[in-house]
Design a protein. Structure first.
Length: 332
C-alpha cells in the first residue's frame, strides 16, 4: 500500500537528487510487453463533434491506444462513446479540476502502460503523428515528457514552449497597458523562447498541458498532477518537477492542431480561476525567491544561446560547448 500512495503523490525537489540510472529507466520503460500506450481526455460540457473528431484521430492512428474519457460535466453525457473500441468512460463524481481528472485515468494505467498521452478535446492530428512521438521517446530513454509542435487550425505556430514563469511574466502578459506593453512584449518573447524559431528539438522546462506525452516510468518517480491546481498552472507544476529529474522535450518532428480558446482572456470566471491558481503556484514554489526557477531558466537560455552559436559556427564559450554536448544526442 505504501507503494500505491507513492505513485499518486507528487515529488518535489527538496535537496540533492541523483536521477534514475539509464539502465533502470530502460528496464522500467520496457517492463510491459507488448508495448501498451494509453491516453486520457478530460471533458466538461465538451461539444460532441469536437470529441468525436479527436477519437476518430486516435482510432485512425497508426498505433493502438486505449483512451480514457473522464467526464467532469455537471450531468455526465458521453455514455454513447463507450461503444467505441478501446475507449473507457469514467463519469467523475464531482468536478475536481483538469489535473485531478487526468489523475483518475492515469492511476488505472501506472502498472500496465509504457506511455500515456494527456490530451485536450480540442486537439486533432493525422495518422502518423502519435507514432512519431512514441518512436522518439523509445529512442531517447532520458526523456520523461514530450510535447509536439502545436499549430492553430490555419497552420500558424502556437508558442507553447516556455521558461518557468515569474510573477512578472504572468502579470504583464495579462494586464500590461500603456508603456508597459513594450516591456511585456519583450518579456513574452523571451518567456516563450521565440528566438528559437521552434524548428529544432530542444529541452524546455515548461510545456503546455493541451498535449503531453509522459513516460510512465518517469511518472512513477515524480508523481502525477498536483490536485491543488483546479485548472491552469498544473502543467507548469508537473513540467518543472519532471524537468528536474528527466528531460522535458519539444519535438517538432510531429505536429498537431489545437483550437486554442484562451478562455481566461474571454471569461471573468476563467480569469479568476487562473489568478487563484497562480497564487497557489507561487505560494508553493516561491514568489521572488525561487532558486530552482532561476537556475533552470538560466540553463535553458544558455542552451538556446549555445544552439544558436552552433548553427552559426561561432561557439566560443566552454560552458555553451558543454551544454551543446549534453543535448546533442537528442537530434533534430
Amino acid at each position: 500500500m505504501a507503494r500505491s500512495r507513492l505513485l499518486i503523490e507528487e515529488r518535489t525537489p527538496k535537496g540533492p537528487f541523483t536521477a534514475m540510472p539509464k539502465s533502470d529507466l530502460e528496464q522500467n520503460s520496457r517492463a510491459t510487453s507488448p508495448l501498451k500506450i494509453t491516453a486520457s481526455v478530460v471533458l466538461y460540457n465538451t461539444p460532441e463533434t469536437q470529441l468525436s473528431r479527436l477519437l476518430d484521430c486516435i482510432s485512425n492512428s497508426s498505433i493502438a491506444i486505449e483512451t480514457f474519457l473522464v467526464d467532469n460535466s455537471p450531468q455526465p453525457r458521453f455514455h454513447s462513446f463507450m461503444r467505441r473500441p478501446r475507449v473507457v468512460y469514467i463519469p467523475a463524481e464531482s468536478n475536481r479540476g483538469y489535473g485531478a481528472g487526468h489523475n483518475l485515468a492515469m492511476r488505472q494505467v501506472l502498472d500496465k502502460a509504457a506511455f500515456h498521452f494527456v490530451l485536450n478535446p480540442d486537439i486533432y492530428f493525422t495518422r502518423e503523428e502519435l507514432e512519431k512521438m512514441v518512436w522518439f521517446m523509445e529512442e531517447n530513454l532520458s526523456v520523461g515528457h514530450l510535447m509536439p509542435k502545436i499549430v492553430y487550425p490555419d497552420g500558424g505556430l502556437q508558442h507553447l514552449c516556455k521558461l518557468i514563469p515569474t510573477p512578472a511574466d504572468l502579470f504583464l502578459r495579462r494586464f500590461a497597458f500603456g508603456p508597459l506593453k513594450k516591456v511585456a512584449r519583450h518579456r513574452t518573447e523571451r518567456y516563450e523562447l521565440r528566438q528559437t524559431n521552434y524548428d529544432k528539438v530542444m529541452d524546455v522546462p515548461s510545456l503546455s498541458g493541451c498535449f503531453m506525452l509522459f513516460r510512465i516510468a518517469a511518472l512513477h518517480s515524480i508523481g502525477l498532477f498536483d490536485e491543488r491546481f483546479f485548472m491552469y498552472l498544473e502543467d507548469v507544476d508537473i513540467s518543472r518537477r519532471m524537468h528536474t529529474y528527466f528531460r522535458t522535450v519539444f519535438y517538432p518532428g510531429a505536429i498537431v492542431s489545437h483550437d486554442h480558446a484562451r478562455e481566461s482572456y474571454k471569461s471573468r470566471e476563467a480569469l479568476w480561476v487562473h489568478m487563484r491558481n497562480s497564487i497557489r503556484y507561487f505560494n508553493k514554489w516561491g514568489w521572488i525567491h525561487d532558486p530552482l526557477r532561476s537556475r533552470i531558466n538560466r540553463e535553458t537560455l544558455l542552451r538556446v544561446q549555445c544552439n544558436q552559436e552552433r548553427d552559426k559556427g561561432t561557439t566560443k564559450s566552454a560552458l555553451t560547448d558543454h551544454l551543446c554536448e549534453s543535448q546533442s544526442h537528442l537530434g533534430n
